[in-house]
Design a protein around this ligand. Structure first.
Ligand SMILES: [Zn+2]
Length: 362
């Protein structure tokens, strides 16, 4: 997230957080889609988001507007900028501003103009979908509208008749008519909204685990963190899905039941505490097992299996100089020993024994 004056530049995930954590005082019933036509893709250099916003603001002020006209600008790289504050009505479409949110998509999307980039397309769908979810709007051509459908003189919606602009472009998602929007744009926005609701979309609202009580239907990065803690305790959950689903609820209830907590499927302080205690227990159990394994493993050879019955004997003979490995740190415990090698080993063992006896008597 980057700020410059009133402008806030965000990626999709940041925008979702911003949208869910902001308070809105104005009633919103319409989402307006526009294209800027000029500036278009040619003017976008990849890092001049704020420069472009200031340019548009200046030109709108010159035209007599009180501020930059649009609430949101979506850039070719998919970045989303809050421009005019949401609590102020935009100057987007005559007749549709008082309850509208105005989205300006940078570009010329008339036929023969700019070819919309994939990230841009993704953000346009995402922003329309998340606005509809946040403001409880049905996803159809009554709440998601194009500038082209409004008469420029009267401000009446005439679905393309009368004095109109082509905005958001005759090639915008297959066309700027109501029929084209119903056929192409609206179904894509609806699909995106379903993805967002199921938690299968890249962005999640970030909450720290423990900052709220979690239950079925919740989604966010805290749900993912919760799942990551439940999985090692034996629960088979999908940590790529940020939604607290039935599987999560069943797992929580099972854990609560097994440990004498109230079985309500909610993760509050007590349940989170229990999960953390169980994880700590598991951690110390793991450490104990590792210590046991280290105890029997060979100190010298990496290929002598930790549980190999002969590990400690191999080490003992190595320390006494009776046997050496097949290289600096390998012993090749499964390979066979020739009669010559055995002769050498017995000889060394006898030598070692004599030395030990001598040590005792000298
Ligand atoms: Zn427009």
């Amino acid at each position: 997230m980057q700020k410059s004056g009133q402008f806030i530049l965000m990626n999709r995930s940041e925008f979702k957080n911003w949208l869910y954590n902001s308070k809105f005082t104005r009633r919103i019933t319409l989402i307006q889609n526009h294209h800027t036509w000029l500036p278009c893709y040619k003017q976008f250099k990849g890092n001049n988001h704020f420069e472009m916003a200031n340019g548009m603001r200046n030109s709108h002020l010159k035209r007599g507007f009180s501020d930059i006209a649009q609430n949101l600008t979506i850039y070719p790289d998919g970045k989303i900028m809050v421009c005019r504050p949401f609590n102020t009505a935009p100057a987007g479409i005559k007749g549709a501003n008082s309850t509208g949110i105005c989205i300006e998509n940078i570009g010329d999307f008339d036929i023969g103009g700019d070819t919309m980039l994939p990230e841009h397309r993704e953000s346009i769908l995402f922003v329309n979908a998340i606005l509809a979810i946040r403001f409880g709007l049905p996803i159809n051509t009554n709440s998601i509208v194009y500038h082209h459908w409004y008469d420029l003189n009267t401000g009446q919606r005439r679905d393309g008749k009368g004095a109109t602009k082509t905005c958001p472009g005759t090639a915008f998602f297959g066309g700027n008519t109501v029929a084209a929007a119903s056929k192409y744009f609206i179904p894509l926005v609806a699909a995106k909204a379903n993805e967002i609701k199921s938690g299968k979309v890249e962005s999640v609202v970030s909450h720290n685990l423990g900052s709220r009580v979690l239950g079925i239907g919740d989604s966010g990065s805290d749900v993912i963190e919760l799942k990551k803690r439940l999985i090692p305790l034996g629960y088979n959950l999908d940590k790529t899905v940020s939604k607290f689903d039935t599987y999560t609820k069943n797992s929580v209830e099972h854990l609560q039941g097994k440990n004498g907590l109230k079985v309500d499927g909610l993760v509050g302080k007590a349940t989170l505490n229990l999960i953390n205690v169980k994880l700590k227990e598991l951690e110390s159990k793991k450490e104990e097992i590792i210590k046991e394994v280290i105890k029997v493993a060979s100190k010298y050879f990496k290929d002598v299996d930790a549980n190999h019955y002969s590990a400690k004997h191999i080490d003992s003979l190595y320390e006494k100089g009776v046997t050496s490995g097949t290289s600096k740190d390998t012993y090749s415990p499964r390979s066979s020993v020739s009669r010559e090698d055995v002769a050498v080993m017995i000889d060394r063992a006898i030598e070692y024994t004599i030395k030990e006896i001598e040590k005792k008597f000298i």
